[in-house]
Design a protein around this ligand. Structure first.
Ligand SMILES: Cc1cc2nc3c(=O)[nH]c(=O)nc-3n(C[C@H](O)[C@H](O)[C@H](O)COP(=O)(O)OP(=O)(O)OC[C@H]3O[C@@H](n4cnc5c(N)ncnc54)[C@H](O)[C@@H]3O)c2cc1C
Length: 460
């Protein structure tokens, strides 16, 4: 016996719940299945808890800088990790509860807890129950990758998930991976009071970014006392005198080791597609396990879609939510929305943050377009000076012929918000001169965008 639904949704990440609500509101019967925590990565082990922790770290850092702003704190600023975690748990737990209550309250929607696996292309088994539907939506997300690095199984290590249980201050946290997740944890734990070393295989941090951005971020982190080991081509692990030795070079030798009390692995993500029965459904994946989808997020099997991180077309909450909008609008409104219509954008939540949209310098060079670029240090942005947060710069590239904005990076206070000014002009397909001639509010970081854009010059 199987239960029939109009739609089955596997996973309650950033696309599934909104899709369930939209389909159910249209009168379709929907089953949504979650094997672990409602809300998925962003809500429980990703964006929401980490940004809550980043806020605690920012407050501690600001308190330590009190003298610069004209106030004194009686005694040393010490962080109570149990209270930091409790605050994080309250914010993250509230979202998790909100998603569950929302789903359980939906008319036409059945919430099932358990691990879902395909039995055939349109039947799914969960808790020994067989569910059947014409439409199946996969929103299973991903998890921290644990590559087979020498010694990794011999030492205890943390991932972004187990970091959520940490309610103590690691004496020396060694973070393997100098990209977005590693850098956010690195700065926050340094500000909580840990010694922090970041070990990165590549020759620079956040290797996908422009070199000046990698360098700017490195300077910001090193100024706070974070140790950075680049070019760690051969990373290995061993227990040593109650600590964990992280080897960073291919030649053996004590000098190339970092001795820490705790290790966090932040070396990439793996899609949760290996235990989903995709072979029985006939759904194709690529060599890294990502589900292959077309521009409208349909898999190779008619009636099965894949949304969010598991399709390899984005790795952010906003890309997953946008996947939901594309699928829902195309299905329900007869729209023709496509993944390729969206413009790359994201933030790195170090302090100051990096807001990014459009192409990197390397992507612009590869596209062969004639570009003009303008760069402006945050030390010459009034609002940043007033706030005492002058690290970083604004960089904007435009097309010399069409005058369209090609890409922007705002590494500086408010960068994650300000970048939207440029992003929306890109969506409007308007020339950069629209922003150049706009009157913005004083004093803001955004008020400098017209000035910056008045100084675009050919790329040297
Ligand atoms: C530390 C960290 C910080 C991040 N910070 C940001 C940020 O600041 N901004 C941002 O945009 N993005 C951030 N991200 C990325 C963001 O969290 C993800 O891109 C986002 O959660 C989208 O995920 P998703 O919708 O693909 O699925 P997920 O949120 O991963 O959810 C998938 C769900 O499916 C469930 N599931 C999996 N397999 C099955 C199965 N077989 N049966 C039933 N259920 C199943 C899982 O339990 C999970 O609940 C961060 C990620 C990490 C790790």
């Amino acid at each position: 016996m199987s239960r029939h639904f109009d739609a089955i949704i596997i996973g309650t990440g950033q696309a599934g719940p909104a899709l369930a609500a939209r389909l159910a509101a249209a009168g379709m019967t929907v089953a949504i299945i979650e094997r672990h925590k409602f809300g998925g990565t962003c809500v429980n082990t990703g964006c929401i808890p980490t940004k809550t922790l980043v806020a605690s770290a920012y407050a501690a850092h600001a308190a330590r800088r009190g003298a610069e702003y004209g106030f004194a704190v009686n005694g040393e600023v010490r962080v109570d990790m149990k209270r930091v975690k409790a605050r994080k748990d309250e914010v993250s737990g509230g979202s998790n509860k909100g998603v569950e209550e929302w789903l359980r309250g939906l008319t036409n929607c059945t919430v099932i807890q358990g691990h879902a696996r395909f039995q055939t292309s349109h039947t799914v088994v969960v808790n020994d129950e067989v569910l059947q539907a014409d439409k199946v939506f996969i929103n299973v997300g991903g998890r921290a990758s644990v590559p087979a690095m020498p010694g990794i199984q011999d030492v205890p290590f943390l991932t972004n998930s187990s970091m959520m249980d940490v309610d103590f201050l690691p004496e020396h946290l060694v973070i393997v991976g100098g990209s977005y997740i590693g850098l956010e944890f690195g700065q926050m734990y340094r500000r909580f009071g840990s010694e922090v070393t970041i070990v990165e295989m590549g020759s620079r941090l956040i290797g996908r970014e422009d070199e000046d951005i990698s360098e700017g971020v490195r300077q910001i982190l090193e100024a706070e006392g974070i140790q950075i080991r680049l070019n760690a081509k051969c990373i290995s692990f061993a227990k040593r005198d109650g600590r964990i030795a992280v080897g960073t070079e291919c030649n053996e030798g004590g000098a190339s080791e970092v001795l820490g009390t705790h290790v966090l692995l932040a070396v990439g993500r793996t899609p949760n597609t290996n235990d989903l029965g995709l072979d029985r459904a006939g759904v194709a994946t690529d060599e890294r396990g990502y589900i292959v989808v077309d521009d409208q997020l349909q898999t190779n099997v008619p009636g099965i879609w894949a949304l969010g991180d598991c399709n390899g077309r984005g790795a952010f909450t906003h890309t997953s939510y946008n996947d939901y909008e594309i699928v829902a609008d195309n299905l329900m409104n007869g729209d023709h929305r496509r993944v390729s219509d969206r413009i790359q954008t994201y933030a790195l939540y170090t302090d100051p943050p990096l807001g990014r949209c459009g192409m990197t310098d390397a992507e612009i060079r590869k596209s062969g377009r004639a570009a003009l670029v303008a760069k402006h240090p945050m030390s010459r942005v009034g609002r940043a000076v007033e706030k005492g947060e002058t690290q970083g710069f604004i960089k904007i590239s435009v097309d010399a012929e069409t005058k369209h904005i090609l890409g922007a990076a705002i590494l500086g206070t408010g960068g994650d918000e300000v970048v939207h000014v440029l992003l929306d002009v890109m969506y409007a397909r308007a020339p950069y001169t629209v922003v150049q001639r706009a009157m913005h509010i004083h004093p803001t970081v955004a008020e400098f965008l017209p000035t910056v854009l008045s100084n675009v010059e050919p790329v040297s």
